[in-house]
Design a protein. Structure first.
Length: 289
């Protein structure tokens, strides 16, 4: 059996060291800081304690791969991502650690390219099948003879004050289409991972802009599973227009909604929702997939 741990949306709390004035004095971040102080801070305030507890949980189980579907930070500032990188140091050493950025990690366009790619360059796994040398995504990890994971970047900077939507580039969509047609993947159980959800429940300002095009590719290849974050609520649903089952990990640290998933892929496929019992992370019953 192959076991995969999937967590998302840690949103590590802001600290004085993670803030720099030139970065925070941009209009979208000024607004986000006010929102953080008024609304977000109480929800993620115990994030560091919970992260330590999650590390203890991680040490207590054996998994074949770890997927993080992004939103490690709040505003994608250099100091925030640097801090997140230090917190992920242990877990990111897993040989099959798969990391994706969320919209909060690529928050605004930066002069010298995204801080995320620079800071996490050693944590972004090299793809087992090369599609493009220009971008790390989509990347494929052939976990064993039975399971493959395809990581697709759906996040982008959103300079607009009111927009937090995602988009999968045309190049990536073509690459995912080609990958899912590859013999190495056709013979394996394929899990596609991305940050954004693929249903129609989200608004256009917050959801995946080209979800219909993405769904068409999942349907064309009869892809079994899509795993993602972005929505801070643990849930499963059937991806519209396809036979793909979606698993949203919710947020690992959001007060009252702490969650993650463990997927068991073998003769019988199952998923176990993880939750926070007030002192530690625990795993729930197996649900068949
Ligand atoms: Fe998030
Ligand atoms: Fe997000």
């Amino acid at each position: 059996m192959t076991r995969i741990l999937h967590f998302s949306d840690v949103h590590f709390p802001l600290s004085r060291n993670s803030v720099s004035l030139p970065e925070i004095l941009r209009p979208k971040r000024i607004l986000a800081s006010a929102n953080y102080l008024l609304r977000r801070r109480p929800k993620f305030i115990a994030g560091n304690t919970k992260w330590d507890a999650f590390n203890n949980f991680y040490k207590s189980i054996e998994v074949d791969a770890v997927i993080c579907t992004g939103d490690l930070s709040g505003m994608g500032m250099h100091g925030e991502l640097d801090y997140a990188q230090s917190k992920l140091e242990h877990i990111s050493k897993h040989p099959n650690f798969i990391l994706l950025p969320g919209n909060h990690d690529l928050y605004l366009p930066e002069k010298n390219g995204s801080h995320f790619y620079d800071i996490f360059k050693d944590s972004i796994t090299k793809s087992d099948i090369t599609i493009s040398d220009n971008t790390p995504y989509p990347l494929v990890k052939l976990i064993n003879d039975n399971v493959a994971i395809v990581a697709v970047n759906s996040a982008k900077p959103n300079p607009s004050l009111i927009r937090s939507s995602g988009n999968i580039s045309t190049e990536q969509l073509s690459a995912v289409d080609a990958l899912l047609n590859n013999d190495e993947l056709k013979t394996r159980h394929v899990i596609v991972a991305t940050h954004y959800n693929a249903d129609d429940e989200d608004t256009n300002l917050h959801g995946l802009e080209n979800r219909k095009e993405f769904r068409a590719i999942l349907a064309k290849h009869n892809c079994a599973m899509l795993v993602h974050g972005h929505i801070h609520k643990n849930q499963t649903y059937n991806v519209p227009d396809s036979n793909t089952k979606a698993f949203c990990a919710g947020s690992l640290t959001y007060k009252g909604r702490e969650s993650f998933w463990v997927y068991n892929i073998g003769e019988k496929n199952s998923a176990q929702a993880g939750s926070w019992d007030g002192a530690q992370y625990v795993l729930g019953e197996e649900q068949s997939i």
